[in-house]
Design a protein around this ligand. Structure first.
Ligand code: NOJ
Length: 740
């Protein structure tokens, strides 16, 4: 048998066995469903919170425990720990049919070990590392008795006022789809049923990230074309990766709440995409359809939600009291309830909970997994990769380890908690590393570390400035730590002004005036605006919120033990007035060629169009040269491929990684196309002086877009290929033609 034949046979066997396995589970699901009363079925669609805040102790509410025994609950969220989940599961085992509960939790960027916030990780452009970060989070979560994480958030976000930009992969659909795929794979590992895999949940379906004016929970209004082209692909990638569950969203989409939106959930997700997992509502979002003015009461809300395809009611308590009556009144077909229950039971079988409802609640495994030095190591490496070097005049960085005195100045210099970022759930207070501690760990006693806070994060007082300036004057170099507190970006954390909060930028001015070399580290959950700093301070690193190993990672980058390789996954505006701002905007009839070209152009009179820092931008301690672009064909037919080749050379003194970005522009099309779109990338490691040939393939898929009929097509015509180091720094380009 030749190797292709044997591969085909192996594939056929694995497909058949997956099919047989599916059928087996279907049979089991049906056998349980047959035994269930309507009330028990509705119970499976109900989800309560475990009455704990995400980090607090668990105090199960006696009424809820009784509901569990009565078969009125399918899942509980915010309950964690091997012991605690076992205790609650015991109540389910006292119910008539002993159907196990699924425990869910927001494990967004790590469980015990905190990883960088998802937006920061996206800056690494390192898909394998992001998959691994989700893998580790899953291992820790599963070992703590939890079966299900409400992640990844795959919402595209083009508005940094929206606090939840921190939780996603940024503004780009291509990068976001790749990351969605990697994260789902990471959480679910080798598949549900393995003791180190948790169910992923692609959220928030759909278009939640496009909240008008960046105000969380606000309405969303967009064309069907933009929905398909920009906002849906990461969800489709999550389906392709096998995401076990979806969560719908709080927002309305073109006037219809997503939770009651049959077009989204029935036509697209369960229809066109043939999705066979289940959909959980967002917290209370079924009931919130009353506040939207879409349902008059919870009964109608329940009716609209179940008809639209929301399978599980998270905490709105609309399904439990109303669905039976709605079935009796023939407003809701029982077949729809059966379908929702089947989807949920299927996951319980896949997780192995019918075989052993306590299989994830294992104290010994929890103890081992939550104290793993390997997990911390992975968090450190992810944190290093997530840092973006924004400015480095005269090669101020990396710093020398022989400096005598370094001053750490700023309200985040000794902060530990803020480094964890929003959506951190289970950290240990004695395991956090501030910037100051990270520098101490690196430098020991050889270098004297001075410190002044200068001001609080959101302070209006400059009382601490004098001390900060005095400390700066004694130092050889000043490292400043400014930015946001951990609850300034995240859910319900929209901000109209996204400048560095309080008087922190004034503190930077005061310290810079000493004439000492200043390095500013900005620690935040979103792009902030800091024009004065960007114009005047010689070295700036964007460190986001980096998690458990934050301080060590920053120290490694500051002293060159890790050469920064991060690139921005989201555009940084100069001013809130430019928002929404993103690199892949549509061509206009009056394009502005540059920031001076404003006369009757699509431009502002009082502000350049260009961002402060563009999507894809990020520096390294070394430099890269791009040359020798060739393409295998200038004209192709739609079943052909173009092979792209060029040389990338590390021309600097340091070994380093470059994220090479491939953009395309479809120059004329039946729907106006963006001025450029990311269509591929590679992260390439090169030793100092080394050069490599880099290859990409362009095929029909990369040339396709949604036409006016929303068909995914590649239209004949002219294309421009651009290879760059950032979306606004294209190094090589060539035109080619698609013939048919
Ligand atoms: C509301 C958030 O929108 C969602 O992302 C989260 O998973 C749920 N609350 C549960 O905490």
């Amino acid at each position: 048998m030749n190797k292709y034949k044997s591969l085909a046979v192996a594939l056929a066997i694995s497909c058949t066995s997956a099919f047989a396995q599916n059928q087996k589970i279907d049979k089991k699901v049906d056998s349980v469903l047959k035994l269930m009363t309507l009330a028990e079925k509705i119970g499976q669609l109900n989800q309560y919170t475990g009455d704990s805040d995400a980090t607090g102790p668990i105090t199960p509410n006696p009424n809820k425990l009784k509901d569990i025994k009565d078969g009125k609950l399918g899942s509980m969220l915010n309950i964690k720990g091997a012991k605690e989940t076992r205790e609650v599961q015991e109540y389910a085992m006292q119910s008539r049919l002993k159907i196990p509960l699924i425990f869910g939790l927001d494990v967004i960027h790590g469980y015990r070990v905190t990883f960088p916030i998802p937006l920061a990780e996206a800056a690494s452009w390192d898909l394998a590392a992001m998959e691994e970060s989700a893998r580790i989070a899953a291992r820790e979560t599963a070992a703590s008795g939890v079966h299900w994480t409400f992640a990844p958030m795959v919402d595209i976000a083009r508005d940094p006022r929206w606090g939840r930009v921190m939780e996603g992969a940024g503004e780009d659909t291509y990068l976001g789809s790749k990351i969605a795929f990697a994260r789902v794979k990471g959480f679910q590992g080798k598949g549900l049923g393995n003791l180190d895999a948790v169910m992923a949940c692609a959220k928030h379906f759909a278009a939640y990230g496009a909240a008008i004016a960046g105000r969380d929970y606000n309405a969303v209004d967009m064309s069907e074309h933009t929905l398909w082209e920009t906002y849906l692909p990461p969800f489709k990638a999550a389906v392709d990766a096998g995401a076990a569950t979806f969560m719908n969203s709080f927002n309305t989409l073109n006037g219809i709440p997503a939770t009651g939106n049959a077009h989204l959930q029935r036509d697209i997700l369960k229809g066109k995409w043939k999705y066979n997992g289940f959909v959980v509502s967002d917290w209370g979002s079924i009931g919130e359809m009353i506040d939207h003015g879409f349902a008059k009461d919870k009964a109608q809300a329940a009716e609209l939600a179940i008809l639209a395809g929301s399978d599980m009611d998270m905490e709105s308590r609309s399904y439990l009291p109303n669905l039976a009556k709605l079935v009796a009144e023939k407003k809701v077909p029982v077949a729809l309830i059966d379908d929702a229950v089947r989807r949920i039971l299927r996951k319980k079988f896949e997780l192995g909970l019918f075989d052993d409802p306590y299989r994830f609640s294992n104290a010994a495994r929890q103890e081992k997994e939550l104290n793993s030095p390997e997990n911390r190591k992975a968090s450190l490496s992810m944190a290093e990769k997530s840092i973006v070097l924004l400015k480095n005049e005269n090669q101020l960085l990396p710093l020398s380890k022989t400096l005598k005195k370094i001053a750490v100045i700023g309200p985040l210099g000794k902060s530990e908690k803020d480094m964890q970022g929003f959506w951190s759930i289970s950290w240990k207070d004695d395991q956090l590393i501030s910037l100051y501690q990270g520098l101490k760990n690196k430098l020991g006693d050889k270098t004297e570390l001075l410190y002044a806070k200068g001001c609080e994060i959101a302070d209006s007082s400059k009382a601490g400035f004098d001390e900060a300036v005095a400390v700066a004057k004694q130092a050889d170099v000043v490292v400043m730590a400014v930015g946001e507190a951990l609850d300034m970006s995240g859910e319900a954390k929209s901000r109209a002004h996204i400048r560095i909060p309080g008087v922190q930028e004034d503190l930077i001015k005061a310290v810079q005036a000493t004439g000492k070399p200043v390095v500013v580290l900005v620690m935040a959950g979103r792009p902030l605006i800091f024009n004065w700093t960007a114009d005047h301070v010689p070295a700036i690193m964007y460190t986001w919120w980096l998690g458990s190993e934050a301080g060590n990672a920053m120290a490694n980058v500051l002293f060159g033990d890790y050469n920064p390789s991060g690139k921005l996954p989201i555009t940084f505006p100069r001013d809130e007035g430019q928002i929404p701002i993103y690199y892949n905007y549509l061509s206009t009839g009056r394009p502005s060629k540059n920031d001076k070209d404003i006369n009757y152009r699509s431009a502002y009179l009082d502000m350049p169009n260009s961002p402060r820092f563009a999507f894809g931008y990020g520096l390294s301690y070394t430099s890269f040269d791009y040359s020798g672009l060739t393409i295998s064909k200038n004209q192709i037919h739609s079943n052909d491929k173009i092979v792209v080749n060029f040389t990338l050379k590390n021309t600097g003194k340091y070994d380093g990684e470059e994220v090479v970005q491939l953009y395309l522009q479809d120059k004329f099309a039946s729907v106006v196309r963006p001025i450029k779109e990311l269509k591929d990338f590679q992260k390439v490691m090169l030793k100092a002086g080394e050069q490599k040939n880099i290859s990409f393939i362009i095929d029909k898929e990369k040339l396709s877009f949604y036409n006016q009929a929303l068909q995914w097509v590649a239209e004949p015509g002219d294309f421009k290929l651009m290879i760059g180091t950032a979306s606004d720094n294209i190094k090589l380009e060539k035109d080619f033609k698609l013939m048919d």
